[in-house]
Design a binder for this molecule. Structure first.
Ligand code: SIN
Length: 485
């Protein structure tokens, strides 16, 4: 049993239309550290998703018509409650997901920041007037909420990926139904408890938890009352969800996989680059879409950078995220560990050199040692696939054009990073990288004020920032005639 200051945050089933569905508890949520049972929840099914969509549809009109300032106040209260409960929410998150508690509490603040940010933006859904081509006409553009929004969110950020989508949706005047990942329902339910305490009206924010991803996803991508569908997860799953959404022509936004290059030029501050690479790569045990996937180092400084990087990674503390000082927790499943190990062994067979780690960690079956491979080529499987684990391949390069070509040689286009102190190069490289987000002398780029999203097969749409509302709004053009009569 989790030791929480506010035990009301630990819920046992879906939150639909302001009611808790806590009967038939038979889905166990397990701690990835050791597989121990954290809590048992009621396993919702596709029919429960339909009920949630109907509730969201029923609540839509009143929520949309509520003055934006009032919606903003409710959201602000929700934000306050999340921050007041940050420690408990962090404990719940670490227990079901595994990331170190300090990182989990950081995620709560990160998620809550979207609610705060969009509570302000709710008041700034401005329209436009456009000079008309004829004197007796006026052209006015207004923005209106798209309607009911459905979301499927991943296990790697059980709080923030819901907050980032729901905050924009609610601010725009949309109602919301989310199916969180099977592995991490408790953080989502705790958010619903706080939304209820904040006074968000019933039916506006619904969370449906269950393990039948396919059947539940089918409803969320095909129900005619859902106007918009948003997903964070792998590119492969995203593609099939997009095609399901086609049947009812839903608006979609997708935050999909990545293969982030991290380029260290020979004029870089090497110590800063080492710190940036560690922050970007080993956050959440390497399980984020924006984690560095390939480090490119200029051959002149490759030895110096690699030595320092290997020494720093070797210092990272692996263990149970609930313990003080642990920096790398478990991976989400044994399968995830096996997948990472397969990539590592394959790259060794292909000629890469194992500089650190390269095997399962004795702490438990869901642990993998922080690993570094050198003498990697951009064609090896480890450089072409999203690793999603604590493994870094290092590739050397000799000139700017060559490294830009290698960095862009992927179907992904989410995040990229580079370190340089040459202002001309900074502009050239930033403009040439085919990515939605570029960290320049910076390894951590995510925040509520910035537009998060990718190009190419990393998805479409932007989350966070002033652009984040657009995906939840329709533009309506009003043509007013007869003005001079
Ligand atoms: C993700 O991995 O999908 C999100 C990472 C972030 O928000 O920084």
């Amino acid at each position: 049993m989790l030791s929480l200051t506010n035990p009301a945050l630990l819920k046992s089933g879906s939150y639909i239309d302001g009611n808790w569905h806590q009967d038939n508890q038979h889905l166990g949520v397990r701690n990835p550290v050791n597989g121990e049972l954290v809590h048992t929840i009621a396993n919702a099914n596709a029919q429960n998703v339909v009920t949630a969509v109907e509730a969201a549809k029923k609540a839509q009109k009143a929520w949309q018509q509520m003055p934006a300032a009032n919606r903003a106040q409710l959201m602000r209260k929700w934000y306050d409650l999340m921050m007041q409960n940050q420690h408990d929410l962090g404990i719940i998150l670490t227990a079901e997901q595994g990331k170190p508690l300090a990182e989990a509490k950081g995620e709560i603040a990160y998620g809550a920041a979207f609610i705060d940010w969009f509570s302000e933006e709710a008041k700034r859904v401005y329209g436009d007037t456009i000079p008309a081509p004829a004197g007796d006409k006026r052209i006015v553009v207004i923005k209106q909420p798209v309607g009911v929004v459905a979301a499927i969110t991943p296990w790697n950020f059980p709080n923030a990926m819901i907050a980032r989508k729901a905050a924009a949706a609610l601010a725009a005047g949309c109602t919301f139904v989310v199916r969180p990942a099977t592995q991490t329902p408790l953080s989502a339910l705790a958010m619903a408890e706080l939304a209820e305490q904040a006074g968000i009206p019933k039916g506006v924010f619904n969370v449906v938890v269950g393990d039948n991803a396919r059947a539940m996803g089918q409803v969320l991508t095909t129900h005619p009352d859902i106007a918009k569908f948003t997903f964070t997860g792998s590119t492969a799953v995203g593609k099939s969800l997009i095609s399901q959404c086609a049947s009812t022509v839903k608006k979609v936004s997708m935050e999909l996989g990545g293969n982030a290059p991290f380029i260290v030029f020979d004029d870089a501050d090497i110590d800063a680059a080492v710190q940036g690479a560690i922050a970007s790569k080993y956050r959440n045990a390497g399980q984020t879409c924006v984690c560095t996937n390939r480090i490119f180092v200029h051959s002149k400084i490759a030895e110096q950078f690699s030595e320092k990087f290997i020494a720093a990674v070797n210092q990272l503390t692996v263990g149970d995220g609930m313990q003080e000082g642990v920096q790398i927790g478990p991976m989400i499943s044994k399968q995830a560990v096996d997948d990472v190990d397969t990539l590592v062994q394959q790259s060794i067979a292909e000629g890469a050199h194992l500089a650190l780690g390269g095997e399962r960690h004795p702490y438990g079956e869901r642990y993998y040692k922080p690993t570094i491979m050198t003498q990697v080529s951009n064609q090896m499987a480890i450089a072409c696939n999203e690793i999603f684990g604590p493994v870094t391949p290092i590739i050397t390069f000799d000139d700017e054009q060559q490294v830009i070509a290698m960095a862009n040689d992927t179907e992904y286009g989410l995040a990229a990073y580079f370190y340089s102190r040459d202002i001309g190069r900074i502009w050239r490289v930033a403009e040439a990288l085919e990515y939605g987000m570029v960290g320049i002398n910076e390894g951590i780029i995510s925040n509520a004020a910035a537009p998060f999203g990718g190009v190419k097969q990393s998805g479409n749409g932007r989350e966070g920032s002033m652009y984040g509302l657009d995906d939840y709004l329709e533009i309506k053009y009003l043509c007013m005639g007869g003005i001079d009569r």
